[in-house]
Design a protein around this ligand. Sequence first.
Ligand code: PLP
Length: 381
Amino acid sequence: MSETTIYLDNAATTRITDNVLEAMIPWLKEGYGNASAVYSAGRKSAIALNKARAQCAEILGCESRDIIFTSGGTESDNTAVFSAAKSAEIRGKKHFITTAFEHHAVLAPMRELESRGFRITYLPVHENGIVRVSDLEAAITPETSFVSVMAANNEIGTIQPIAQIGELCRAKGITFHTDAVQAFGNIPINVSEHNIDMLSLSGHKIHAMKGTGLLYVRNSAKLRPFMLGGAQQGGKRAGTENIAGIVGLAEAMRAAADGLSAKNEKLLPLREKLISELSRISGAKLNGDRAMRLASNVNFSFEGIEGEALILQLDLMGIAVSSGSACTSGSSEPSHVLTAIGRTYDEARSSVRITMSEETCDSDIDAFLDGMGTALAKLRK
Ligand SMILES: Cc1ncc(COP(=O)(O)O)c(C=O)c1O
């Protein structure tokens, strides 16, 4: 079906791996019972659901009861922000802190809260794309009740100091949420060790199905549900559970956690090769910190080049990468992530993001670099 031969857009989504698909198939075929039903087909689904929940909890370092399965990163982020907002309204502590370069799944709910009278502080992320704990400390006031800082950025892959942020928030009695959609499977994450109160995760970034994900909530009994309806998941998230998707998510998380060190060992030299080769191109500028970034991520701006045009040239060669600019209703807006790290409008529009998975190999990188040479020569002519 696909004509892409070299896939380097794994931050956008990933291929479903065979182990995940095989884990899911029985629950798509014969195991279709509704987990709320009392007869045996339903009970079997409920058992699979509980097993998957326990597995995810063990991997994240928390209690099973604090895992809520959702439809993905967007729903998890929205649930976290709006639940915190309801608690904040009751406590009269309507100051939230986040960063300027969060995913829109956090930023859009924050903007909605601003229109409801909340005060939101957007921390700077500086030229290296990393939040400073001292900036966070300075922004905290007696009215602050919620902090949301992503564990790693989706465009430039920079890793944030979430352990220190968690420690600071814990000491101040502030709820700390992290969007770990891009970080999970790339860096170790343990909610207990890192003092994380809420964590969002998405299945399709780690080789599970689109439309799957979870939200971890410490003390989930206090969660104010976002999805209302039936009593599924202890009333914390209404809606018939997607057993196949959830079983696949648990399997994908297991594989990601088990394969983490091997993945990083494999990808670090590939990332370094990409960075050193692309840096030689005239007008090339690396976006985001050189070292504190995911082993899977490289993001460059190329002076005088339209990112979208470069991507289309590479696509003609069967190579899939993405650009930092998102098309909004026909007009190409520069990425808010790149402008947050101080890139100009033109620099932001000239960016290309290359994101690898554990399946990426040396020959993919060589072919990509060759393709880049050809595409850039064509475009610069
Ligand atoms: C950091 C981050 N948060 C949230 C999301 C949204 O996740 P989903 O596509 O599962 O809704 C994404 C997806 O790109 C992401 O990269």
